[in-house]
Design a protein around this ligand. Structure first.
Ligand SMILES: [Zn+2]
Length: 355
């Protein structure tokens, strides 16, 4: 970090400390994301993710720490909106300047895209984010964790030249999948792409279940510290697997992550049984919203896909109360799609009867 950047960072720190000491000056309320990111690498607005915000922030902090260890520093923020700026990209550019941050800063909002500022050009980052279909990820924290893995680059070292070869290698790695198709894999290539999309969707829904169980357990009253560490380890593993699933270029590479997802689920099942929390073994979606396990715990009865007696989350209950028909999240299978619950059945299944 240059001397000037360090000074700027100190200035931001002092300004925010002053703002805090003065007790929230009503005229110019400090941007909570700027305050948080001046001293940490992750921020999730409680106004976007409610009670899940601190657990999601912990996931993002783990992800940022892992990237920092690879010398690919990022700062990540889920915000309510671009406070005082015309667009999320303009807001992100200003925030990066305020923080004097030289790594990659990524910002997203509920239901919005991802804005990023860093050593890579905005155009290049936009292309990469689009290729990784980051915009299709519904959960903002997960969207950001995935985006970070896609665009973060190693910082230049003192002579300023080291990240280029590294980026070239990364680019060659990304091209790997493309070459296979270009070199006449033909129909096999198309089949493999469909398989890849299918495996990714299955992994994603199982990862959503893993995250929802972990967040549920993190909020379990009186969770002892040593058990909390297991839950945090599972969340850290989750963030890591999400990034690897996004970077995986073959169906086998995605399938290889299954064992690690199972490991995380086993860890959580262990914690649940030791502390007496509900977390039945056998069905990884048990206890979660029947519309989408990523929503979290099912707390009310609801009618899903026309079938009564399902358990749904508060948001889905509210949607149903306003007359919306609830239908279960679908995952691609063969030429069509099946309800996500099919993914939770028979985890040992080897051949795959659905294709
Ligand atoms: Zn729901």
């Amino acid at each position: 970090m240059s001397g000037r950047a360090r000074l700027r960072r100190v200035a931001v720190g002092v300004a925010t400390a002053l703002a805090v000491a003065l007790g929230a000056a009503p005229a110019v309320a400090a941007d909570p994301a700027a305050v948080a990111l001046a001293q940490a690498d992750a921020y999730v607005s409680p106004r976007v993710l409610g009670t899940a915000a601190s657990a999601e922030q912990a996931v993002l902090a783990e992800r940022a720490a892992a990237l920092r260890a690879e010398r690919r520093p990022v700062k990540l923020a889920v915000v309510l909106g671009p406070v005082g700026a015309p667009s999320l990209q303009a807001y992100t550019r200003r925030l990066a300047q305020e923080l004097g941050f030289e790594g990659t800063l990524l910002v997203t909002r509920r239901g919005g895209g991802v804005a990023s500022v860093g050593p890579r050009s905005t155009a290049e980052m936009t292309v990469r984010l689009r290729e990784a279909r980051v915009g299709a990820i519904a959960n903002p924290a997960e969207r950001l964790a995935t985006a970070a893995g896609v665009v973060a680059v190693p910082l230049p070292d003192v002579n300023g030249s080291s990240w280029r070869p590294a980026a070239t290698l990364l680019l060659l790695g990304l091209l790997g999948g493309g070459w296979a198709v270009a070199m006449g894999a033909g129909r096999a290539g198309r089949r493999e792409r469909r398989d890849l999309a299918e495996r990714r969707a299955r992994a994603r829904v199982r990862l959503d279940a893993l995250r929802a169980h972990a967040i549920g357990l993190a909020g379990f009253p009186g969770l002892p510290d040593d058990e909390r560490r297991h839950v945090q380890a599972a969340l850290g593993g989750y963030a890591d697997i999400v990034a690897q699933a996004a970077e995986a270029r073959t169906p086998d590479a995605v399938e290889a992550l299954d064992a690690r997802i199972d490991e995380g689920l086993d860890t959580l099942a262990g914690v649940a049984s030791r502390v007496g929390a509900p977390h039945p073994r056998g069905d990884i979606f048990a206890g979660l919203c029947a519309v989408d396990p990523g929503h979290g715990g099912g707390t009310a009865d609801g009618v899903v896909d026309g079938r009564p007696g399902a358990r749904v989350c508060p948001a889905c209950q509210e949607a149903a109360a306003t007359g919306r028909r609830l239908s279960s999240r679908m995952v691609p299978a063969g030429a069509g799609a099946v309800p996500f619950a099919a993914v939770g059945e028979d985890p040992q299944e080897g051949g795959g009867p659905v294709r």
